[in-house]
Ligand binder design. Structure first.
Ligand SMILES: C[S@@+](CC[C@H](N)C(=O)[O-])C[C@H]1O[C@@H](n2cnc3c(N)ncnc32)[C@H](O)[C@@H]1O
Length: 282
């Protein structure tokens, strides 16, 4: 508890996003990663390898943008620094590991962004209707980005908005909002010109305390993904959850740059206001 309290204090997260629970979620995720080092290691290694394989496909290596950089457990930062002139770590909350990296290496910069654009409407006390997610334009003006990685982020994007919106609008169509959030993220990724890699979980299997399969959830709310390399992530092994359940998730690494770049009709229906972006900080 003390470690988490200190980590929360040292996590950079603007107060409006902290109020929504983003700093708390980041600290909770880091704590689980620490508790489950061995169980998470194979997934983290596969993620790093997929990122380095995408880097190897880049003709030019000026800037790499990591969306959902978090505590950098999945990010092969040293290898990327050896290859690219600049590394942008983008997240709604920057834990101490990311802040220390930015202090240590001048080529690393932090960008504090909320990629769904829903935080403003969710914090608006008089909003009458559930918000509609926007397709972000974040970083699209930076022509020197040669590699974009969405790093175990896509399935996280709906979590806080759905929890908040369903409390406030009890008749909310959660499936529709979750779908729109994920689709908007994919549409954003597909607007970059360089190499684009999406790594995210695609099936989440929940097991009961006796080890039997209880249900399978779609963390992407029905948004289709192109094929890609897949692996298992032992997200919550037995003993992690107080309910006695365990969770295994299937992760896919998808190359969204050519040739799999054609947008789906679902993605083209996302409209809304521009997601929140703060100027890069260190
Ligand atoms: C599973 S963690 C990613 C782990 C990270 N890639 C690593 O290497 O350790 C998901 C990340 O998504 C970030 N995130 C969640 N919702 C976000 C949002 N709306 N905008 C930007 N980042 C968000 C979280 O803060 C968290 O760091």
């Amino acid at each position: 508890m003390i470690v988490e309290a200190v980590e929360s204090l040292l996590t950079h997260c603007p107060s409006r996003w902290r109020r929504l629970g983003y700093a708390y979620a980041a600290v909770a995720c880091s704590a689980r990663a620490r508790r489950r080092t061995a169980a998470w290691a194979p997934h983290q290694q596969r993620t790093r390898s997929a990122i380095l394989a995408a880097a190897a496909r880049c003709a030019q290596k000026r800037t790499v943008l990591i969306l959902g950089s978090g505590p950098l457990n999945d990010v092969p930062l040293i290898d990327l620094l050896a290859q690219f002139q600049r590394v942008i770590l983008a997240d709604v909350a920057h834990p101490p590991a990311a802040r220390m990296a930015a202090r240590r290496w001048p080529a690393v910069s932090l960008a504090t962004v909320e990629l769904t654009g829903l935080s403003g409407p969710l914090l608006d006390p008089v909003g009458e209707h559930p918000p509609v997610p926007a397709v972000s334009a974040a970083f699209l003006d930076q022509a020197d980005i040669d590699l974009v990685v969405s790093c175990n982020l896509a399935s996280q994007l709906p979590l806080i908005p759905l929890a908040r919106a369903s409390r406030r609008w009890p008749s909310l169509d959660e499936e529709a909002l979750g779908h729109a959030i994920v689709a908007a993220h994919l549409a954003h990724l597909r607007r970059f010109r360089g190499e684009v890699l999406l790594i995210c979980d695609v099936v989440r299997a929940v097991f009961d305390p006796s080890g039997g399969l209880e249900r399978q959830d779609d963390p992407l709310y029905g948004v289709p993904l192109p094929e890609g390399e897949e692996w298992e992530w032992d997200l919550a092994p037995p003993g992690e959850l107080s309910s006695g359940h365990s969770v295994m998730t299937r992760v896919r690494a998808v190359r969204l740059s050519e040739p799999a770049k054609a947008a789906t009709s679902a993605e083209s229906h996302c409209v809304g206001t521009e997601p929140g972006v703060e100027s890069p900080d260190r």
